[in-house]
Design a protein around this ligand. Structure first.
Ligand SMILES: Cc1cc2nc3c(=O)[nH]c(=O)nc-3n(C[C@H](O)[C@H](O)[C@H](O)COP(=O)(O)O)c2cc1C
Ligand code: SF4
Ligand code: FES
Length: 596
């Protein structure tokens, strides 16, 4: 036996939480990798024996996830090289690491002590550049000095801990209800209860499921996971209650580059999210809720697990939860490094212990979701708004936001601003104010050249388009979307071809590969943009970008292909002369731009 009996016990205890044991497969693979340092044939066979699967089947699932396929070494140093981290010097850190360790990114050092891995957005763009060693808590705002500390020895790299700075803020004058004030963390049940926690769920317990859904619908809460769908309305799509189990699946995968807000709730106010989950579950009459959290969020995972454990011990969860006479459970499942598992049906596949490949719809999750049962998928931030709506009412919530976009949201702002971070503000705040008043503007008198308003999937804006309100309807007037409200700011030195290329590389890497257009098209966009950026482009390449985007949009199983199309075609639409200059001059005309 390769794995210790303690590991076997942990896996068996985890299996007990799921209607089908495979719900614990990713958890088991993490346990195996953490213990053995790498996963190979023997580990797959041993894990497979627990789940009644062949080693090959386990290997096939594992091979889908980047956290299970990293190079093996005692200390694997992962550097995020997505756009916000590259804008703040990530490439320089990779080069420094390569120099000091004597290995190229993607490989292990000759002595097998270190490996360097370039990874996609770690959901911490406000503290870019970000590094993670093995599955330890993140190292944030990383400097060359810290790289020197990490490369001293694998033991030093593994031991390195630098507490995460508090970067989520309720600005003065805002009556915050998502974040604790003054940088506080309400991690324990007592902390949360001392601030009014778990009163809303008791109040909701006196309401009918229909009344809860109608109240949240009247309040106008829209999903904060990217698509902005009306939450209360989505809840009404669940079929009438019958004797089948039904579930709430909470999306805490947070992998859209530029987005780092759900983590702030989970790490600072975990019981708020749990209370929101309980109320949402009452509205849809769910028997249990499952939180799917990205595998790299080790701190948030542990904080939530602790909070869930406390809630069970206090009788808030479990048999006769809160004294309402019925059982209610919440469990948490780790992902393993695949952006596509944030797409709701890819997430359901992953939660069931498979490759996270999106499902064809219909049937929609409300008809056939987790383990084939009626399921609603809500984002982690979305459910966290619900307790305040229950306590303070629909009119209050509507007054806290913009028309057709009620309430606050957690705006993440990263890139070339002086105070990157997460700001709890009313929807409808001006983009200009977000950049200059809250995030402190740009350094050294630089000017805004481009802004992505809601994660890299959303169409880019030019610097002269920032006088808009940040709500779902207003941003449409300038042909973009609010997405996750993760704002990425680029200054006047930034090469737009390079920015588009980093994003295209991301989509090419994250396409799950099951649709031909997406698999091939994201690769085409990446290769054409690479050629233009290198100075080898041709004018026909610009038409190829437009053409390829048109083959991707609306033609595939999920919206990743649309996102890839929008990103590339909108950079070209907004900054065409710069693309042409690259081709005409056979080089990048912006010598001071960031490196990729
Ligand atoms: C490629 C892709 C990635 C996504 N990633 C996330 C994610 O990380 N977190 C999230 O909540 N929603 C994500 N979504 C949106 C989900 O599919 C879904 O709409 C959302 O979880 C629903 O919750 P909401 O209504 O509360 O926003 C993604 C969608 C796509 C197409
Ligand atoms: S569009 Fe792309 S990511 Fe989505 S299912 Fe198809 S291949 Fe996978
Ligand atoms: S953490 Fe690096 S881009 Fe988001």
């Amino acid at each position: 036996m390769l794995l210790s009996s303690a590991t076997h016990d942990r896996i068996r205890a985890e299996i007990a939480h799921y209607p089908n044991p495979r719900g614990a497969l990713l958890f088991a693979l993490h346990q195996a990798r953490d213990e053995l340092g790498r996963l190979g044939r023997d580990a797959y066979a041993e894990v497979g024996a627990i789940f009644g699967m062949r080693a090959g089947e386990v290997a096939e699932v594992a091979s889908f996830y980047s956290l299970f396929t990293q190079p093996s070494a005692k200390a694997v140093i992962q550097v995020c090289t997505n756009l916000p981290c590259c804008l703040r010097g990530a490439r320089g850190l990779v080069e420094l690491l390569e120099h000091q360790i004597g290995a190229k990114a993607g490989a292990s050092s000759p002595d097998g002590r270190f490996a360097i891995s370039e990874v996609e957005c770690l959901g911490s763009c406000g503290t870019a550049p970000v590094v993670q060693v093995n599955r330890n808590p993140y190292l944030e705002n990383v400097t060359p000095d810290l790289i020197a500390e990490l490369t001293a020895s694998p033991e030093a790299a593994i031991a390195a801990r630098h507490p995460a700075p508090i970067i989520s803020i309720i600005p003065d004058g805002v009556d915050g209800y998502l974040l604790p004030p003054n940088g506080a963390k309400w991690l324990t049940l007592d902390d949360y209860r001392n601030h009014g926690g778990y009163q809303a769920v008791v109040k909701a317990g006196q309401m009918t499921p229909k009344d809860i859904a109608n109240l949240v619908k009247d309040a106008g809460l829209r999903g904060r996971g990217g698509a902005g769908f009306v939450t209360g309305l989505k809840w009404t799509f669940m079929p009438p209650k019958d004797d089948r189990p039904r579930y709430l699946a909470v999306n805490a995968d947070e992998s859209e580059p530029g987005t780092f807000k759900d983590r702030q709730i989970m790490e600072r106010n975990p019981h708020l999210m749990l209370e929101g989950i309980m109320i949402a579950s009452m509205a849809i009459e769910a028997n249990a809720a499952f939180i799917y959290i990205r595998g790299e969020y080790v701190d948030a995972y542990q904080i939530l697990r602790n909070a869930i454990g406390e809630a069970y011990r206090a009788g808030i969860l479990g048999d006769n939860a809160l004294g309402f006479g019925r059982r209610f459970d919440i469990h948490i499942q780790p992902g393993a490094g695949a952006y596509i598992c944030g797409e709701e049906s890819g997430m359901l596949e992953s939660m069931e212990g498979r490759k996270g490949q999106p499902r064809k719809r219909p049937p929609f999750p409300a008809q056939k979701g987790l383990w084939g049962q009626p399921t609603t998928v809500d984002n982690a931030e979305t459910v966290s708004h619900v307790p305040s709506i229950i306590m303070r009412g629909a009119d209050w919530f509507k007054a806290e936001g913009a028309e057709k976009a009620a309430g606050h949201t957690l705006f993440g702002i990263s890139g070339h601003v002086q105070r990157p971070g997460v700001y709890e503000l009313k929807l409808g705040v001006k983009l200009r104010d977000l950049i200059f008043q809250y995030a402190g503007g740009l350094a050294d008198g630089r000017t805004v050249k481009a802004v992505i308003p809601g994660g890299v999937s959303m169409p880019v804006l030019r610097g002269d388009q920032i006088d808009i309100a940040m709500d779902h309807e207003s941003v449409r007037k300038v042909n973009t979307l609010l997405g996750t409200a993760g704002v990425i700011v680029m200054d006047d030195r930034t090469c737009m071809v390079r920015a588009a290329l980093v994003i295209a590389r991301f989509f090419e890497h994250e396409s799950c590969g099951q649709c031909t257009q997406c698999r091939e098209g994201t690769g085409w966009l990446y290769r054409v943009l690479t050629r233009i950026e290198r100075g080898d482009g041709r004018m026909e390449d610009l038409a190829t970008i437009v053409d390829t985007a048109s083959y991707l949009e609306g033609k595939c199983i999920c919206a990743l292909s649309d996102a890839a199309a929008w990103a590339a075609s909108n950079f070209l639409r907004q900054f065409r002369p710069e693309f042409e200059a690259h081709i005409e001059q056979h080089r990048c005309p912006l010598p001071e731009s960031f490196s990729i």
